[in-house]
Design a protein. Structure first.
Length: 212
């Protein structure tokens, strides 16, 4: 780790002293000094920071979601191709040991049900709960089903923030698979469970407890 940048200078000084890592006073100085930039800013800042790094020829690792809008995501991908750098989004549930253990048993599921619930935390409310939490399950489902998406029915409700805090989506795929996803950041307890129903098996994955 070369160092880090935090626009809050006071906070940065404390972290630098506590962790022993160099704090850069300006983002441009950090980008110039490294080979890879790990972006863990609020979502609304992902695009500008990543764009600045990519156009300087730096590889980027971006905390999910990649950007606030689809258009911004497409632009970053095009820039990465143009400048010949690698970009990776932190969809970490792909590497959850419970999911990795379940992969060998998953074979053309026909119905999938997911629940990703969390207690309220103001951090992350700059984006809807779909981009904050449900995106993990969308990523998992797309990697498992591997069939074109033909229909989406979704609804969400604002409760404590200015964007939807609880949402449900029903995804229908060309191969007949149906997925029902629920995500909430205003729940009384945390839950991250997915259930896969297929002709020869029922597979349940608990991403929180890391059990299959």
């Amino acid at each position: 780790l070369v160092g880090f940048y935090d626009p809050n200078q006071e906070n940065a000084a404390l972290l630098s002293q506590e962790m022993g890592y160099k704090h850069f006073a300006h983002l441009a100085e950090l980008i110039e000094a490294v080979d890879v930039v790990d972006i863990v800013t609020p979502t609304l800042a992902h695009f500008e920071v990543a764009k600045q790094a990519i156009t300087q020829g730096k590889h980027v690792f971006i905390e999910k979601p990649i950007t606030h809008t689809l258009e911004q995501a497409h632009e970053l991908i095009e820039l990465a191709n143009t400048y010949g750098v690698l970009g990776q989004v932190g969809h970490v549930e792909r590497f959850n040991p419970a999911f990795k253990a379940a992969l060998s048993a998953l074979d053309q599921p026909m119905f999938i049900e997911t629940h990703r619930l969390a207690e309220f935390n103001p951090r992350g409310t700059d984006v809807p709960v779909v981009l904050d939490l449900m995106i993990h399950d969308i990523d998992i489902i797309l990697s498992v089903v591997q069939s074109p998406l033909v229909e989406v029915r979704a609804s969400g409700v604002r409760v404590l923030s200015q964007s939807p805090d609880i949402a449900n989506a029903r995804l229908v795929f060309e191969n007949g698979c149906v997925a029902n996803l629920t995500a909430s950041r205003i729940s009384m307890k945390n839950m991250r469970k997915s259930r896969f129903f297929q002709k020869d098996a029922y597979v349940s994955v608990d991403f929180l407890e890391k059990k299959t």
